[in-house]
Design a protein around this ligand. Structure first.
Ligand SMILES: O=C(O)c1ccc(O)c(O)c1
Ligand SMILES: [Mg+2]
Length: 631
């Protein structure tokens, strides 16, 4: 399918937008009228710019408040259309979007509206122009595609068709069943946008909160599948009104846009195949399916000698053994249970460059997968540039892609030939000890600059086919934090992504400390959290104190036995329970260099969350600790 994007979706001036759109690999654009109005060159210049960039102008939009007006205004409206047709011919485009009227005095007479549309189509026919009629969700009389389609049928003119916009249809939860009945050749254009589910005025929602497919909550596959099934093969075009996008780096947004359309094609193809319409799906982007992910193989920290020594000591206090020393690099492996943490202080390395920019930080995460090559192929098809690292003699090459912040995500084949990646690259050091009995890496959380959340969500959905959970908004003493979890299909990898738009919250401080996104915490799983905490204390791990008031409230909130709560209180263990009776126990360490901290968690029963209810308690406890220390 051809890919297009409306100029309104991007930041910058019209030439900047067009260059970014072309560089990202789109086939064409919708010229949004305002972008042309504000441009100090002629439509012919825009036409030439697009031609030079290899972009087709696929649509001109919008033409507003045309149909159903007072009769004395019809001639003027037709005249207004003729002027836009002139402009379109200068631009070299043959499609115009007419959106349903929002004027107070719009007629409710469908026959009259259909007649207006027919007259417009007749004028368009003289110029070989196609008119597409789009129902705005807040149109005065016409606000659903079903109504727009009835009117298009009634007008019955070859130069008139319908424009389908996923936002207007999905925002009003319209019945999708009629989509498959609109013949493909009567669909003039298809506009695509996702959005988070919000309870607000639909026009405000549309004009400020749209996002790219895969970034929001809409089921866009269910919208697009019947359109493809009915034979539409025209362009798929993004039309995203979003305050953040208007300010974001233009080229990055455009690259994400194309990736989102590919992702939507994949999702749609899957929907069609599931419905037995496989042959139709062949026109859609279908990369190899995401590999099966089987957990976090390792996390790698960029450190220098000093921070590496201090972090290594803290890990040992947490019961990790210094399990390996890299054969050719200043890289140390710490292990406990199924958890592998790598400290990289190699001077001439990716990690070092990362360290120089961000200080002690997480520079790579490795995901264990059944098929690393397939995972890499998929990532490349989604526009990821694979990262090639320096590999010493006899060391294993591990494919990697870059996360949105430039850190690495390694794709590690689960134990090929029975040999672990560590055996080939590391000399064994200390023998493993039982440690604190930490068994696995439960999750790791990253703090992000607020405006990059959509970018990360799409990355995980498209490249890894991870699921996303709904967003939590949680109070920090100095503002709000928003958290969204991405996770692999089988939950073996879980990554909460946290943002904050306020200046002094923990996340905002983190973004400022790291100069960008960075690790918030790593949660280790334990089968006996109390035993782990007792031993951690003995080892000298500084744990975060939780206020007494919290435990008094626990007694009131859950019917827990007094002894159990006394035990939680004694060990500063937080508690949560879900509707199904699953329980979650967790403790936090003090932060390492005011950057990241560790969490020990124990899941009981079917508990599947992250103790979000306790996050505000933790954030307040951390802020109090910092204030006491004058941080
Ligand atoms: O918000 C609007 O007015 C508007 C204009 C044109 C469109 O295609 C659209 O979906 C919305
Ligand atoms: Mg639209």
């Amino acid at each position: 399918m051809k890919h297009s994007i409306a100029t309104v979706s991007l930041s910058g001036t019209l030439p900047e937008k067009l260059e970014a759109i072309a560089a990202a690999g789109f086939d064409g654009v919708e010229i949004f009228e305002n972008d042309l109005l504000y441009f100090d060159g002629t439509p012919a210049t825009v036409r030439r710019m697009c031609a030079d960039l290899g972009l087709e102008i696929m649509l001109f939009q919008p033409f507003r408040d045309f149909e159903g007006g007072p009769r004395e205004r019809l001639a003027r409206n037709l005249d207004r259309a003729e002027r836009k047709f002139d402009l379109m011919q200068e631009l070299g485009t043959d499609r115009i979007l007419v959106c349903s009227s929002v004027a107070q005095d719009t007629s409710q007479d469908d026959a009259l509206i259909a007649d207006d549309l027919r007259q417009l189509a007749e004028r368009a026919a003289r110029r070989d122009i196609l008119v597409g009629y789009e129902a705005l969700a807040w149109g005065r009389h016409v606000h659903s595609y079903r109504h727009a389609w009835r009117l298009v049928q009634q007008a019955d003119h070859p130069n008139l068709g319908i424009i389908l916009d996923s936002f207007h249809t999905l925002a009003i939860r319209d019945d999708l069943s009629l989509l498959s009945q609109i013949p493909g050749d009567k669909i003039v254009f298809v506009q695509l946008a996702d959005a988070p589910l919000l309870n607000m005025d639909v026009m405000e929602w549309s004009r400020h909160f749209r996002s790219f497919p895969g970034q929001g909550d809409f089921e866009l596959g269910a919208f697009l599948a019947p359109i493809i099934a009915s034979g539409y093969r025209g362009p798929l075009s993004l039309e995203v009104f979003n305050d953040g996008f208007r300010a974001a780096p233009t080229r990055l947004t455009a690259i994400d846009g194309l990736r989102s359309l590919r992702y939507l094609e994949e999702v749609t193809a899957r929907t069609l195949r599931a419905e037995g319409a496989g042959s139709v799906a062949d026109s859609l982007f279908s990369p190899p399916p995401a590999a099966d992910y089987q957990g976090v193989e390792f996390l790698e920290f960029a450190v220098d000698d000093d921070s590496g020594a201090r972090l290594g000591k803290l890990l040992q206090q947490f019961g990790f053994s210094r399990a390996g020393q890299h054969k050719s690099k200043d890289v140390t492996l710490y292990q406990q249970g199924d958890i592998n943490l790598i400290l990289n202080a190699e001077p001439d390395s990716f990690a070092h460059a990362f360290y120089v920019s961000h200080g002690p930080s997480l520079c790579a995460a490795a995901f264990r997968t059944d098929d690393a090559q397939q995972a890499l192929t998929r990532a490349k098809l989604y526009g990821c540039k694979p990262f090639e690292s320096r590999v010493g003699p006899n060391e294993r090459h591990i494919p990697a892609v870059r996360a949105p912040d430039g850190s690495l995500q390694y794709l590690v084949a689960a134990n090929v030939d029975g040999d672990s990646i560590y055996q080939s690259d590391f000399d064994a050091c200390d023998t493993a000890t039982p440690g604190l009995g930490l068994t696995a890496l439960d999750h790791f959380a990253i703090g992000l600059p607020a405006e990059t959340m959509d970018n990360w969500i799409l990355h995980f959905r498209a490249i890894f086919d991870f699921a996303t959970e709904h967003e939590w908004t949680l109070p920090d003493p100095y503002g709000l934090m928003k958290s969204r979890v991405v996770r692999s299909a089988n939950n073996s990898i879980r990554i909460p992504l946290n943002i904050s738009e306020n200046r002094n919250t923990a996340i905002a401080r983190s973004v400022s400390t790291y100069k960008g996104s960075g690790l918030q915490h790593i949660a280790f799983a334990s089968d006996d959290i109390f035993a782990a905490v007792v031993q951690a204390r003995v080892g000298g791990v500084p744990l975060l104190d939780i206020p007494d008031n919290y435990y008094d409230d626990l007694l009131a909130r859950f019917s827990l036995d007094d002894d159990f709560v006394a035990r939680l209180r004694q060990h500063n263990v937080l508690y949560d329970r879900d509707a199904g009776g699953g329980e979650f126990l967790h403790v936090y360490s003090a932060p390492f260099d005011e950057r990241f901290f560790f969490e020990i968690v124990q899941r009981l029963g079917s508990y599947d969350q992250y103790g979000a209810a306790n996050a505000p308690v933790r954030l307040a406890a951390q802020a109090q600790r910092r204030n006491r220390q004058g941080g």
